[in-house]
Design a protein around this ligand. Structure first.
Ligand code: ADP
Ligand code: MG
Length: 794
């Protein structure tokens, strides 16, 4: 049992403006615990009617100032908790603070750089590294990811997230068993065998969270997220299983409603957030009071879920995230006050061990049998029921080992059960008889064998060879048939995928060709096969299934997407990460080559050493002298070279391993950024399409304009669209300041493209007569127009 209070840490977010610096000071000289002093600026202090204090001092286990990086945070805060979880204790780390103070940054990490990865990815990495080192125990790891929004729980890893809206998903509900243990219904647990799999689950959950979020429902700041790593471990052969859970909690913003001044839906949300944080506080106060019998866990979903992870049996750690700018002073003070109350809670973490029922049953069955035997001896009562097959087999084994035992004193001990004694005698008799018969027959069979040996060599041998040849031929035929079948299937797949995406791919696709995004366009039956060959595909498919990116995009929409993407602020990050990824890939490739070289060098050196050794021995033998006691200098040199190569190999191998994790992480970051981009584009496109429908007089002249231009289904329609597209493409508009192509039918002297388009009402563009295609073109033109207008206003 480990007794300790909840650990509280403070992390100050870097401020943008330097002049904010006089607002707080950190005193780390104090012997026991460092303290954070928040100094109220004069003007603000006056505003505090009930409190004229000008500075507030709060003690923390440790305070991380603006310069603290993610590595330090992990090492000082999360690593000790991860260690105790690995030892079998429950652990919780939660980040508390107002919106924008760095909770998500601390718990999950920044979306841009690999070095910004937060506590969750680093903890996963650490845990899997440790589990790999410990081969004496059998481990299993499961992941769950729960979001609590407006007092309702949602499974972020629910495969039905394609339904996209949070409200459409089955809600996670709390069930309590008679022992008052909490069970979460509808929350899925996913086994993760490797760090990579666990990381995929984290990103999948985050992406789902992002997709479910709409501009009206910025759930991420108003919901609590609980990422849980469930570990269980067992020594081989032992009936005891250890379970430990690590909750990594990103709480909703702690800001008060009054300050945010909101209404409607937002107010409802704020009410819930504040209410659940309020209940959290109540639970924490109750826990910190020594003799409180009742802890009000049931008041909110979050406190119910964290019931076994806040007080009591858990190592709990809180990170107070602070954004210490002038306007945030009161929120920061309230965060620190909350932390002080949390620090009063004393926890007693115990090992969560339980007995594996399967192994326990076996143990109990054995015990029952032994007790029955004992009883029979004591009562002298003989049992009449037949022995089971397993018992008979066991007895026969005993007899065999008794006979094989060379010790003349050895005993055959089967207890006092007469049935067993009888069976042993029976078996011994049988063995004796068998031996007699066998002894006779071996002589005759030896003779027989000798007689048959010659013909077997000639005729039988030839016969067997023929059969073998025949089988070989059959196998070859079957292999050829298989190959043909495989090729046919591949061709069919290829054709169907070409059919669906051929022209679309030849045009500018939303992402570069060769990128895993290409997989999204394959028909679903093919995706499973593709996934088999490409781990990247597998990784991405997890995310891509949810993104809706497989959705068919019309050309106009693709064009607009290209421009949208180019102009989006995140595209710089994506590009940067792409470059870094390229570098890392080439570094990994070079490292791989060096590793192979070193490996073969090591092999050669080993060979040389062996040869040298043999030479020395041979020399010693031929000269009939003992081996020289002097160390062989050449061998020593070879050995030191070998050691050096091994050292290099190890360093490079570790680097390659780290690179692999970094590459994986960067790819997931990019995937996430792309999903975000796509999502924002969709929102913007919908808005534009709605505006177009409302504003454009041209739309009225068309019979059925679809707000979302889609790709026609039939090949005829499609080819017509392609030819129409090529018309559009030949009139490709280049963004200003490029000259406007003549084919717009407009004077080439037009001052700017924006004018050239706006001067032309949509209805005056030569249309194709195909209403679907026309609406696509109109949408495309309008979209461009709007982008260009946006650009002009920037
Ligand atoms: P919260 O989750 O508390 O609402 P975020 O973690 O989303 O806040 O942080 C808000 C913004 O500040 C994000 O853009 C994040 O990248 C940035 N940020 C937060 N903490 C840090 C930090 N310690 N260093 C650098 N950037 C940070
Ligand atoms: Mg956040």
């Amino acid at each position: 049992m480990v007794k300790q209070t909840i650990q509280i840490f403070a992390r100050v977010k870097p401020t943008v403006r330097k002049q904010q610096q006089g607002i707080y000071s950190i005193d780390e000289d104090e012997k026991l615990t460092p303290s954070l002093e928040i100094i109220l600026p004069r003007d603000l202090a006056d505003g505090f009617v009930n409190n004229k204090r000008e500075s507030y001092k709060f003690k923390f286990q440790k305070i991380f100032d603006q310069g603290a990086n993610q590595e330090i945070i992990f090492e000082s805060i999360a690593k000790p908790v991860a260690e105790s979880v690995l030892a079998g204790y429950n652990g919780t780390i939660f980040a508390y603070g107002q919106t924008g103070s760095g909770k998500t940054f601390t718990i999950t990490g920044g979306a841009e750089r690999y070095s910004d990865r937060g506590i969750i990815p680093r903890t996963l990495s650490y845990i899997f590294e440790q589990l790999q080192k410990d081969s004496s125990t059998i481990h299993t790891t499961h992941i769950s990811y729960l979001e609590i929004y407006n007092e309702c729980g949602y499974d972020l890893l629910d495969p039905r997230h394609e339904a996209s809206s949070l409200e459409d998903l089955p809600k996670v509900t709390i069930l309590e068993d008679p022992d008052q243990n909490i069970h979460l219904k509808n929350l899925s647990l996913h086994q993760a065998a490797t760090e990579e799999e666990a990381l995929n689950l984290l990103f999948l959950g985050d992406t789902n969270r992002m997709i479910a979020e709409t501009p009206m429902n910025q759930a991420s700041t108003r919901s609590h997220c609980i990422f849980t790593i469930h570990l269980s471990s067992k020594e081989p052969g032992s009936a005891t299983v250890r379970h430990a859970k690590l909750h990594l909690v990103d709480l909703a913003g702690s800001e008060r409603v009054a300050k945010t001044g909101v209404g409607g839906q937002l107010l409802t949300e704020a009410k819930y957030i504040n209410l659940s944080l309020h209940y959290l506080e109540q639970v924490i106060i109750a826990l910190s009071e020594k003799h409180r019998a009742h802890i009000p866990y049931r008041n909110s979903m979050m406190t119910s879920v964290l019931r076994d992870s806040l007080g009591g049996n858990c190592m709990t750690t809180m990170i107070a995230t602070l954004s210490l700018e002038k306007r945030n002073i009161d929120e920061s003070i309230s965060t620190c006050r909350f932390a002080q109350r949390v620090a009063l809670i004393k926890n007693e973490a115990v090992l969560n061990e339980e007995i594996d029922p399967g192994l326990m049953i076996i143990r109990l069955q054995k015990e029952i049998q032994e007790l029955k035997d004992e009883l029979a001896v004591v009562t002298g009562e003989q049992r009449t029921e037949a022995l089971t097959d397993a018992e008979l087999l066991q007895l026969e084994k005993l007899v065999t080992s008794f006979l094989e035992d060379q010790d003349p004193e050895s005993r055959l001990d089967v207890g006092t059960d007469m049935r067993k004694i009888h069976h042993c005698f029976h078996h011994l008799k049988k063995l004796l008889n068998d031996k007699k018969i066998h002894g006779k027959s071996t002589v005759s069979s030896e003779i027989k064998d000798q007689d048959c040996q010659e013909p077997l060599k000639e005729e039988e041998y030839q016969k067997l060879r023929d059969i073998l040849q025949q089988r070989d031929n059959e196998i070859n035929i079957l292999v050829n048939m298989l190959k043909k079948e495989k090729k046919k299937t591949q061709d069919a797949l290829h054709l169907s995928s070409m059919d669906r995406s051929e022209w679309r791919h030849s045009q500018s696709s939303p992402f570069p060709p060769g990128n895993s995004e290409g997989l999204r366009t394959l028909p679903s039956s093919a995706t499973t096969q593709v996934r088999d060959v490409s781990t990247v595909g597998h990784r991405s498919s997890l995310l891509h299934k949810k993104t809706g990116m497989r959705e068919e995009m019309s050309l106009g929409r693709q064009e607009a997407f290209e421009i949208f993407k180019r102009d989006h602020a995140d595209s710089v990050t994506i590009e940067d990460n792409k470059q870094i990824l390229k570098q890392r890939f080439s570094e990994a490739k070079a490292l791989g080559e060096s590793i192979n070289e070193t490996r073969s060098k090591i092999g050669h050196l080993k060979e040389e050493i062996t040869q040298r050794h043999m030479q020395q021995v041979a020399l010693g033998l031929s000269e009939n002298t003992a081996l020289p006691s002097m160390p062989d200098s050449l061998e020593e040199k070879l050995r030191s070279q070998l050691e050096e190569e091994k050292r290099r190999y190890k360093i490079m191998f570790m680097r390659l391993k780290a690179l692999k994790v970094e590459i994986e992480h960067l790819q997931l970051l990019m995937d996430k950024a792309k999903v975000k981009l796509q999502k924002e584009f969709e929102a913007w496109w919908t808005e534009e399409a709605t505006n177009l429908q409302v504003n454009s007089p041209a739309t009225n002249s068309l019979n059925h304009v679809r707000p979302f231009p889609q790709m026609p289904e039939s090949p005829q329609e499609r080819s017509q669209l392609v030819s129409n597209r090529s018309n559009v493409n030949t009139r490709k508009i280049l963004p200003s300041p490029h000259p406007i192509p003549q084919s717009w039918g407009h004077n080439s002297t037009s001052p700017s493209l924006e004018n050239s388009i706006s001067e032309r009402p949509a209805s005056s563009v030569p249309l194709t007569g195909d209403s679907q295609t026309d609406s696509d073109i109109l949408a495309f033109i309008k979209a461009r127009q709007s982008i260009l207008q946006k650009k002009c206003f920037q």
